[in-house]
Design a protein around this ligand. Structure first.
Ligand code: NOJ
Length: 558
């Protein structure tokens, strides 16, 4: 019922058209559409203390016991730092148009500050990566902040709680424009600032692990929005005319659908869900200020709690005009949907971002849920979200910067038909939105490789490629979805139902043979152990024994 009946729903001033059925291709749509995959530095690079890299808040957080599932860390991860050439070859084989990755701030500025020390080895790593991408005609799309703040800045200033981060981040970004900007034309300031604010400073599940309930997230977001705006202006004033690139922000949001569309309270609760999620960041960068509903709710609750001012910080008039319009394109990350209903949180129960929204989230137990606990596959929510962005923010240029699905660590089956299904359904909804006029210019599958999934460690795999983390060489194996995505790319969408079936069949054939390779892998690992540990140990023992025997003979002769 949700996808059909509710499809005609009109709220928040955007109107909905009935979804066209079937599968869709992009042929005939003017302008090249860009297909890519994504990753981030801490999740994939490893080499956490190599070649002069400084320590980030994620290095420190992951090294603390009890923070990450099974106490895993990103110390080694996929060893992307060493294996980037192999990875680019994988991308080349998929005929990708772009690769989205992030720069580790402490890898190039170990103490966070440009005035102290620039790590040229770190610069060289990213330079080589960019060069090789360009040689292979893959466009680099660079995220400047994918969560790995230099630890020094956390310790000295309290990280994003402190306004001084704005200038530090601007210096770092400026250095990146200076060193890489002649080759890089797509920049993303922040990845998913919602997560940084809420999980880093409110719930403490992510680095730096602070639990500043009711205030930490709002303050963090306030500084991040200012930092984003400053970097956009820096690019605009200093670099744009020479480098001719684009700079945006990547916001991640679930879709929120009212449980009962005939209930005004549910409709308003769903609106709050989206405004507190996407609108919190999107409204300032597009319109200059926080969503009205956030100002009202947080302001009222702060008053009831006896506070003199709202826990939501305020932008001054000149700040509003400085922040407004600081997006050349909107990066959009999207994975899942929730049903939303009204629920009152009395103010005595303690402040929190979650209580401020006065709502409850629900899921439909029939929604497929193959991997991460939170990730239900609800493709129609994606099109709702894209339409929402179009109608709320003046039809901006959108790049989908993340979309994908995970499986559990224990799952070593490379025949990931649920992922093929997820990509098919979500991409199809996006293509329908494009045909209906939403200005989406690119799509980025998350992610190229299985990698360190933050507080979940390696227990959730989002990769198109399976990574065998037990093997010290971290070999990559294609899942069936690699071939499937490759076909989507070469067809610019979906040609017809019949062909889709044959893609699936072929992908399933190839994954079965890769499965056999993977099954043989423990054997390979075992053989490696024989050559690297057992043989040298036996040889050393032999030498020692012969020496003892020789000494014994010598004593007897004498
Ligand atoms: C969003 C984050 O940006 C990314 O790092 C993470 O892997 C995915 N979500 C999946 O949880």
């Amino acid at each position: 019922a949700a996808s059909g009946g509710l499809a005609m729903l009109g709220w928040l001033g955007f109107s909905w058209t009935a979804p066209p059925g079937g599968v869709v291709a992009l042929w005939g749509i003017p302008g090249g559409f860009s297909w890519g995959v994504g990753s981030s530095a801490y999740q994939t690079e490893g080499a956490w203390n190599v070649d002069g890299k400084g320590v980030s808040i994620w290095d420190v957080f992951a090294h603390k016991k009890g923070k990450i599932s099974s106490n895993e860390t990103g110390d080694l991860s996929c060893e992307g730092y060493y294996k980037f050439k192999d990875d680019i070859n994988l991308m080349k084989d998929m005929k990708l148009n772009h690769y989205r990755f992030s720069i580790s701030w402490p890898r190039i500025l170990p103490s966070g500050s440009k005035s102290e020390y620039i790590n040229e080895k770190g610069i060289k790593y990213y330079d080589d990566l960019i060069n090789m991408l360009l040689e292979n005609r893959i466009t680099p799309v660079i995220t400047l902040y994918h969560w790995d703040l230099p630890q020094v800045l956390q310790e000295k200033y309290g990280g994003w709680q402190n306004i001084s981060m704005v200038n530090y981040f601007n210096d770092f970004a400026n250095l990146c424009f200076e060193r890489f900007g002649n080759k890089v034309k797509y920049w993303i300031t922040f990845n998913n600032p919602w997560s940084v604010a809420v999980e880093g400073y409110e719930t403490g599940e992510h680095a730096p692990g602070l639990k500043l309930r009711g205030t930490g997230a709002y303050k963090t977001a306030h500084h991040i929005i200012k930092a984003h705006a400053k970097v956009w202006h820096t690019y605009d004033m200093k670099w744009r005319s020479k480098q001719k690139g684009l700079i945006g922000i990547s916001l991640t949001a679930d879709w929120g659908e009212p449980v009962d569309v005939s209930n005004q309270k549910d409709i308003e609760a769903a609106e709050r869900y989206i405004q507190f999620y996407l609108g919190w960041f999107a409204a300032p960068v597009f319109n200059g200020d926080y969503p009205q509903v956030m100002k009202e709710y947080i302001g009222r609750k702060s008053g009831q709690q006896g506070l003199g001012a709202s826990r939501l910080p305020v932008f001054l008039p000149q700040e509003k005009s400085y922040i407004k319009g600081t997006v050349d394109f909107l990066g959009l990350g999207h994975y899942t949907t929730r049903y939303v209903t009204q629920k009152n949180y009395p103010s005595g129960l303690g402040d929190s971002y979650f209580a401020d929204r006065d709502l409850a989230e629900l899921v439909d137990p029939r929604w497929p849920d193959p991997g991460s606990e939170w990730l239900y596959s609800v493709p129609w929510g994606f099109r709702r979200l894209l339409n929402f962005v179009k109608s709320q923010y003046g039809n901006p240029m959108i790049y989908v910067t993340e979309n994908g699905v995970s499986e559990k660590m224990l799952c070593t089956d490379l025949c990931d038909d649920w992922r093929m299904q997820y990509f098919k359904d979500y991409i199809n909804e996006m293509l329908k939105a494009i045909k209906a006029g939403v200005n989406v210019k690119g799509y980025t599958a998350w992610s190229l490789l299985d990698s360190f999934e933050w507080d979940e460690g390696f227990s959730e795999r989002f990769g198109l490629y399976f990574v065998d983390f037990r093997n010290k060489n971290k070999p990559r194996y294609p899942k069936a979805s690699v071939l499937y995505y490759k076909r989507i790319i070469s067809s610019n969408g979906f040609p017809n139902q019949r062909e889709l079936e044959s893609w699936k069949r072929k992908a399933t054939e190839t994954c079965s043979s890769s499965n056999q390779l993977l099954a043989a892998d423990p054997l390979i690992g075992h053989m490696e152990m024989v050559t690297e540990i057992v043989i040298p140990t036996v040889c050393t023992l032999c030498i020692l024994l012969s020496a003892v025997f020789f000494l014994f003979l010598l004593r007897r002769c004498l």
